[in-house]
Design a protein around this ligand. Structure first.
Ligand code: NAD
Length: 256
């Protein structure tokens, strides 16, 4: 039986662990060839590639530090080379902008260097990677970015991160209009607390209780809770959804 993403090629940034890993596994299970991007952890990305192959899928790893100058060029240098070797072409179908950092620091203690790094990884590189993807994405393609519920309800302990996720929601709308004539849909998912290295606080009893007190659904979110929604947005059944940020937070902070 043909899978929803058969013959599609996806790039997932920040895919060596956490939510990006879960997204890579989900897209590969749906039939896509997945470029598993990593910043520093080649071994993590290689493990994800291994898991995908063991499950009968297809993937390869590419590295680029998204905090570095010229990061988008580095990333596409790698991707172009790997895709040419496999398909003879540099075209692909699905871009998932997932990489991100969230230093756990409130407003008073946030340094200029931290602000610069959050901006570089979460905003600037996302903009430039997406811009450089235009000429490589096939018509009918997909762009999906990992936003956060903190754009709706800021979290003061990660105030700079909360502020710097918001540009992504804004850009999603401009991109949807810009790429609509090519039938490329552009959406974002906004997870709440998901159990990954980034949300380490959820490992403590206090962090878990705090998180559950904010959610309508009473368990801690996992990477595949987000990945399943990304897979829907990447697939043919989401064809009429574009320009939206879809909350994937177990109903976090719905009421006062
Ligand atoms: P994570 O820390 O486990 O993963 C982050 C990924 O980004 C890693 O693969 C990491 O290598 C990559 N990355 C970080 N800096 C990079 C750099 N300089 N260059 C290249 N890659 C870099 O966290 P996660 O929870 O899996 O986060 C994934 C995305 O989900 C992020 O955009 C994050 O903001 C978002 N998010 C997470 C949560 C949560 O509670 N975990 C909630 C809402 C949104």
């Amino acid at each position: 039986m043909s899978k929803p993403l058969s013959n599609k090629i996806a790039l997932v940034t920040g895919a060596s662990r956490g939510i990006g890993r879960a997204i890579s596994l989900a897209l590969a299970a749906d039939g896509a060839l997945v470029a598993v991007h990593y910043g520093k952890s080649k071994s993590g990305a290689d493990e994800v590639v291994g898991e995908i192959k063991a499950a009968g899928g297809n993937a390869f790893a590419i590295g680029a530090d998204l905090a570095a100058k010229g990061a988008a060029d580095t990333l596409f240098g790698e991707l172009d080379r790997e895709l040419k070797a496999r398909t003879g072409d540099t075209k692909f179908d699905i871009l998932v902008n997932n990489a991100g950092i969230a230093p756990f620091v409130g407003i008073a203690n946030t340094t200029e260097a931290q602000l610069d790094e959050i901006f570089a990884v979460n905003v600037k590189s996302l903009f430039l990677v997406t811009q450089k993807a235009f000429s490589r994405l096939r018509d009918g393609g997909r762009i999906i970015s990992t936003s956060s519920a903190v754009t709706r309800v800021p979290f003061p302990d990660v105030a700079a991160y909360s502020m710097l996720k918001a540009p992504l929601d804004n850009l999603t709308k401009s991109l949807a209009v810009e790429l609509g004539p090519r039938a490329i849909t552009v959406n974002a998912v906004a997870p709440g607390v998901i159990e990954t290295d980034m949300a380490e606080f959820v490992q403590s009893d206090e962090g878990k209780a705090f998180t559950l007190s904010k959610q309508a659904l009473k368990r801690i979110g996992q990477g595949d809770d987000v990945a399943d929604v990304v897979a829907f947005l990447a697939g043919p059944k989401s064809r009429w959804v574009t320009g939206h940020v879809i909350d994937v937070s177990g109903g976090s902070a719905l009421t006062f």
